[in-house]
Design a protein around this ligand. Structure first.
Ligand SMILES: NC(=O)c1ccc[n+]([C@@H]2O[C@H](COP(=O)([O-])OP(=O)(O)OC[C@H]3O[C@@H](n4cnc5c(N)ncnc54)[C@H](O)[C@@H]3O)[C@@H](O)[C@H]2O)c1
Length: 365
C-alpha cells in the first residue's frame, strides 16, 4: 500500500508518502542525502519496542540525532533554542536537511526552528502520532507556546517531503489515538459525507488498526486537509471551517490551561462538536446532535464532562467568559462553525447568550 500525494502550496510542491512501509522510502531518501541531514526525534523512540522495523532502528543508529522530550510543557522557546543550538554545533549549511520524527509537538517546534535557521532549511516530516499524520504536519503552521498561550509564536513553513508510516500508530496510547481521530471526525462532519459514512462502517477496523482500513482513513483525511489548506494557506473561509468544534473547544482548553493532562486538544474538539451541534439544533430546529454524538462515542471520545477524569465542578460562567475573551468575538456576535447537515459546514455569528449557555450545558451533566 502506497500513496504519494502531491501537496501544492502556492506552487511550492512536495510529496507526501503514505504507506504501511514508508520508512523504506525515507531510508532511500536519506541515503541520497549522503549524511547531510540531522534528525530531531521524539524521545519515545529511544525505546526500540516503539520502532516499526529494523530499518528505522538503523536510521537512528547511523544518524546524528537529537532526542526531544515531547509533551506540551516542552513546546517552549527554550526547546526551540536547544534545537537551534544542535544545528549550530553541527555547523550545518543551508542545504542540510532537518528530519523531524514525532508527534505534533516535535513537528511544530522543529519546523519552527528549521524555518528561521539560516532563514530556512530543508525540512522533512515523519509524523508518528495520529494528530501529526493527518493534521499538524500538513498546512505549514509551525510554533511554540509562550505565556501559557498555545502556539503564540510561529511561522508558516512547508516541508520538502513527508513520510507517513501507519505502523507507528501501533504503539500510540489509546487516548492520543482517539484525540487524533477527533480531527478526522471533525473533517468528515464539516466537509465529507462519504468519509462520515466510511467512519461509521469501518469503526471496528479503525480501532483495531486493520492496516488497509487505517491506511485508507489516513489517505482520505490527508487529502481533505490538503484540499482545504492548499486553496488558501492563511485563514480563508474554507480553512476557517476546520475550526469546527474549536470555539467551544478552546473555551474549555482555556479553562484547563495549557497542561493537557485533564483534557487533550482532541477531547476538547469532541466536546466542542457536541456543544456546536446543540447550538445548531436549537437555533434551526434540527436534529444533528445524536448522530454526531454516536460517531464520537464509537471512537472512544468524550461527549460529556462525566466521560473525563475531572473531579472539579465546572463553572459555566467562566467558560462563557473565555468565549467572550476570544478573538472570534465580533460586533455581529461570537463566530461559530456549525454543520446543519453531515458533510457541510458554515460560519455563523451568535449573540444569544442563553443559547450559548444551553449549548455549554449539553456537555455538563
Ligand atoms: N501545526 C498545526 O497545524 C497543528 C495542528 C494540530 C495540532 N498541532 C499541535 O500538535 C500538538 C499535538 O500533537 P500530538 O497529539 O501528536 O501530541 P504530542 O506530540 O505530544 O504526542 C502525543 C504523545 O504521543 C507520543 N508519541 C508520538 N508518537 C508516538 C508513537 N508512534 N508511539 C508511542 N507514542 C508516541 C508523544 O511522545 C507524546 O507523549 C499540539 O502541540 C498542537 O498545538 C499543530
Amino acid at each position: 500500500m502506497l500513496s504519494i500525494l502531491e501537496a501544492n502550496f502556492r506552487g511550492e510542491k512536495y510529496p507526501i508518502y503514505i504507506s504501511d512501509n514508508a520508512i523504506k522510502h525515507l531510508s532511500i531518501h536519506l541515503q541520497s542525502l549522503k549524511n547531510n541531514y540531522l534528525i530531531i526525534c521524539d524521545d519515545v523512540f529511544k525505546n526500540k519496542k516503539k520502532h516499526p522495523d529494523d530499518k528505522f532502528t538503523n536510521i537512528l543508529k547511523n544518524s546524528r540525532v537529537l532526542y526531544y522530550k515531547a509533551g506540551i510543557k516542552n513546546k517552549t522557546s527554550k526547546y526551540a533554542d536547544k534545537i537551534i543550538q544542535f544545528f549550530y554545533k553541527n555547523n550545518i549549511s543551508r542545504d542540510c536537511a532537518i528530519i523531524s520524527i514525532g508527534g505534533g509537538v516535535v513537528g511544530d517546534i522543529v519546523a519552527f526552528a528549521a524555518s528561521i535557521y539560516h532563514r530556512g532549511l530543508k525540512l522533512i516530516h515523519v509524523p508518528t502520532s495520529m494528530t501529526s499524520m493527518i493534521d499538524s504536519s500538513i498546512g505549514g503552521k509551525t510554533g511554540f507556546n509562550r505565556y501559557d498561550v498555545v502556539n503564540l509564536c510561529g511561522t508558516y513553513f512547508h516541508p520538502k517531503s513527508s513520510f507517513i508510516d501507519t505502523r507507528f500508530l501501533k504503539t500510540l496510547s489509546q487516548r492520543d489515538f482517539s484525540s487524533g481521530l477527533a480531527e478526522i471526525i471533525k473533517k468528515a462532519i464539516i466537509f465529507d459525507e462519504e468519509l462520515f459514512d466510511y467512519l461509521i462502517k469501518n469503526k471496528d477496523d479503525i480501532l483495531k488498526l486493520t492496516p488497509k482500513i487505517i491506511y485508507e482513513t489516513i489517505v482520505k483525511s490527508v487529502k481533505i486537509k490538503l484540499l482545504i489548506t492548499s486553496s488558501d494557506e492563511k485563514e480563508s473561509n474554507q480553512r476557517l471551517l476546520l475550526n469546527y468544534g474549536h470555539t467551544f473547544g478552546q473555551a474549555l482548553e482555556g479553562y484547563f490551561g495549557i497542561n493537557q493532562k485533564f483534557l487533550t486538544h482532541g477531547e476538547a474538539v469532541s466536546l466542542g462538536i457536541i456543544a456546536a451541534s446543540k447550538l445548531v439544533d436549537k437555533k434551526y430546529k434540527l436534529n444533528t446532535l445524536n448522530t454526531n454524538k454516536n460517531l464520537l462515542k464509537n471512537f472512544k471520545l468524550p461527549t460529556n464532562f462525566s466521560d473525563l477524569k475531572i473531579k472539579n465542578k465546572i463553572n459555566i460562567n467562566n467558560l462563557i467568559k473565555n468565549l467572550n475573551n476570544d478573538k472570534k468575538r465580533t460586533i455581529h456576535g461570537i463566530r461559530f462553525i456549525v454543520s446543519k447537515k453531515k458533510g457541510t459546514g458554515q460560519i455563523i455569528y451568535e449573540k444569544n447568550k442563553d443559547l450559548i449557555k444551553q449549548s455549554f450545558k449539553s456537555i455538563l451533566s
